[in-house]
Design a protein around this ligand. Structure first.
Ligand code: ATR
Length: 273
């Protein structure tokens, strides 16, 4: 029987297995971690028959899986999305994407005090980030290719938290006024590594640029931002820290962050990026 795993579709290229296996090895634990390709149509049957200690959840199941939980953590309930399931007498849904994102900013010493941020993307990841930043007192602008989704997210944040985030249709103007730019879209991810969500002429050196894309570890956006003198935060940090938060929940251990990060980076490197 597999103790832990990831469900979603597709999952074959996920880094979660190598990352968690590295953590188990480092901690001297003999747990196993599997990748399970589960589509939306298969989710009900899978959840009815699954016996694990813990699961991670990825695209496209993070919102759909909520209805199979007995309880939700505060972040999962407010954000409406679950990426980590804790199995016990009851199933508790957590959202460690939000906490992982915040830890990756903390690690890079990003100051959120009175900060303004532009978040590109109102999908699953963008949603967690927008909610979390807004609840930390950051002034948030949100942009999405399909503008209706940015508006719907802003409406949802207002309804659940009484905090106003601003949907925008153009980003160049708001980037100028912002301290932090977050790419929460998949633009720039392999194989389309030459794509970037924002032209470099809109960046400025006072900006901290965060990309949630972790493959490649340095996207074109981050490379251009670094060339301009911006502080940059790679998506590898969020990936590692959301996994570390899951380990804290499942096993009540101090996660071996460095070993996890190294496993991810060497795996990305091994793919010739
Ligand atoms: P995730 O959990 O990684 O956020 P997702 O929920 O599928 O995955 O969201 C993907 C995000 O990337 C969405 O904001 C999507 O925009 P749409 O809502 O308009 O689809 C965004 N995205 C994907 N491809 C994009 C592209 N070529 N240009 C801009 N945004 C893109």
């Amino acid at each position: 029987m597999t103790d832990f795993g990831l469900i979603g579709h597709p999952v074959a290229h996920s880094m979660s297995k190598v990352m968690h296996e590295a953590a188990f090895r480092e901690l001297g634990l003999e747990h196993t971690y599997g990748l399970f390709d589960v589509t939306s149509e298969e989710l009900r049957l899978f959840m009815e028959n699954s016996k694990f200690r813990g699961l991670n959840v990825t695209v496209p199941l993070k919102m759909e899986v909520v209805k199979y939980m007995d309880e939700l953590s505060e972040d999962a309930a407010i954000i409406g999305s679950v990426n980590t399931i804790e199995f016990g007498n009851i199933r508790i849904g957590h959202n460690t994407d939000a906490a992982g994102f915040m830890r990756s900013l903390e690690e890079a010493s990003v100051d959120l005090d009175a900060a303004t941020a532009v978040v590109l993307g109102a999908g699953g990841a963008g949603r967690s980030i927008v909610f979390k930043l807004a609840r930390c007192g950051v002034h948030v602008y949100v942009w999405n290719r399909d503008q209706k989704k940015a508006q719907a997210l802003a409406d949802d944040v207002l309804r659940k938290t009484d905090i106003r985030v601003e949907p925008v249709s153009q980003v160049s103007e708001v980037i100028r006024k912002s301290d932090i730019l977050v790419n929460a879209t998949c633009v720039g991810m392999v194989p389309d590594v030459n794509q970037t969500p924002v032209l470099s002429k809109y960046l400025h050196p006072a900006l901290t640029v965060v990309d949630i894309v972790y493959n490649p570890a340095e996207t074109r956006l981050l490379r251009q931002a670094r060339d301009m003198g911006c502080r940059t935060v790679s998506g590898v940090g969020m990936l590692v820290h959301q996994g570390a938060e899951a380990l804290r929940i499942w096993l009540d251990v101090e996660p071996p962050i460095d070993a996890m990060r190294e496993a991810v980076l060497s795996n990305l490197g091994a793919r010739g990026l």
